[in-house]
Design a protein around this ligand. Structure first.
Ligand code: ZN
Length: 236
């Protein structure tokens, strides 16, 4: 990486590349309206950000998402129903900064300290739900011959018919399973089998194929973009 930056600097000094546009291109995690914006415990956005939202046409509650994410979720839910016979259920999509602050404060009150609350709940500005690109999913199941909706969050999600299908197929619709076991040190969150993040089909396919957290993908993507700029400039 150091080598790559040196090459970039050399090219910039020679006037071959604009260092500022190269760095912008290599930093999709900074573009709050983009699909790869990074929001986690280290990278927090302020109260001011409110995306354009609409209600996804799926079963469940709190169905607001950004339009591209909502459309992808609708397709995923429809295909899940067609292939498994069960609905995916929206549990929690968009959450405002203020809602997240309220949830966090309630958790602090319940567990007695911020340190313990941090283990379970994101602080305001640290949750992807504020971006309108995240959805917590529940599932539909059959009980005594009747179809029922489970509309909470649970690690049993992947054991349900709809959940197993979504876990396996979400990338085809541009979603990634954002927090997985073994990734806690990178993502800062415990595994959440129900939390899906929309990143677009192309990114989701690569992330799924490589089984890596979004944070790691963003670092590799940055290197790839910078490398392309260097190689492209050297060819000219
Ligand atoms: Zn979530």
């Amino acid at each position: 990486m150091a080598n790559l930056l040196e090459q970039l600097l050399t090219l910039a000094t020679a006037g071959t590349v604009m260092i500022s546009s190269a760095l912008t291109a290599a930093a999709p995690h900074n573009d709050i309206n983009g699909l790869l914006y990074l929001q986690n415990r280290q990278w927090r956005s302020g109260a001011a950000y409110i995306p354009e939202l609409r209600e996804a046409d799926v079963k469940g509650k709190v169905r607001e998402m950004r339009d591209d994410a909502a459309a992808a979720l609708e397709q995923m839910a429809a295909d899940c129903k067609a292939e498994t016979g069960f609905h995916l259920v929206s549990v929690s999509g968009y959450r405002s900064y203020q809602t997240q602050a309220t949830i966090y404060q309630r958790k602090v009150k319940n567990v007695g300290s911020q340190k313990r609350a941090d283990e379970y709940v994101a602080r305001a500005g640290a949750s992807e739900h504020q971006l309108g690109l995240a959805m917590d999913l529940g599932w539909e199941y059959k009980e005594k011959g009747k179809l029922r909706l489970y509309s909470g969050t649970s690690n049993k999600f992947p054991n349900s018919a709809a959940g197993a299908w979504a876990t396996e197929n979400c990338w085809k619709y541009g979603f990634i399973l954002r927090y997985q076991e073994g990734w806690e040190d990178v993502t800062g969150y415990k595994a959440e089998e129900w939390h899906f993040r929309y990143v677009g089909r192309e990114n989701a396919e690569k992330i799924y194929a490589n089984q890596m957290p979004l944070e790691t993908y963003l670092i590799l993507l940055r290197q790839e973009v910078l490398m392309d700029i260097v190689l492209g400039a050297e060819k000219e």
